[in-house]
Design a protein around this ligand. Sequence first.
Ligand SMILES: [Zn+2]
Length: 75
Amino acid sequence: MKCLLCWRESKSKYGLCFYHDEAYRSLKEGYQRWCRAYDNISEVKYLERLLELPECGEWIKEVAKMELKRIKERS
Ligand SMILES: [Zn+2]
């Protein structure tokens, strides 16, 4: 199976390659941290703010965009 976000091979249950899977994990960890720091910020707000951060890596941004889309389609 191919990664949802690039051409690399995916072995993770999320359908992501090694790099995007790592990014996905740090995204989720980051959200936990932000929840504690910013009094339960919503996931959408977290992702949108993340995308505005210049220091945020490209891998993470790609995953964040995917998550945003997923959340918006769900609601
Ligand atoms: Zn990938």
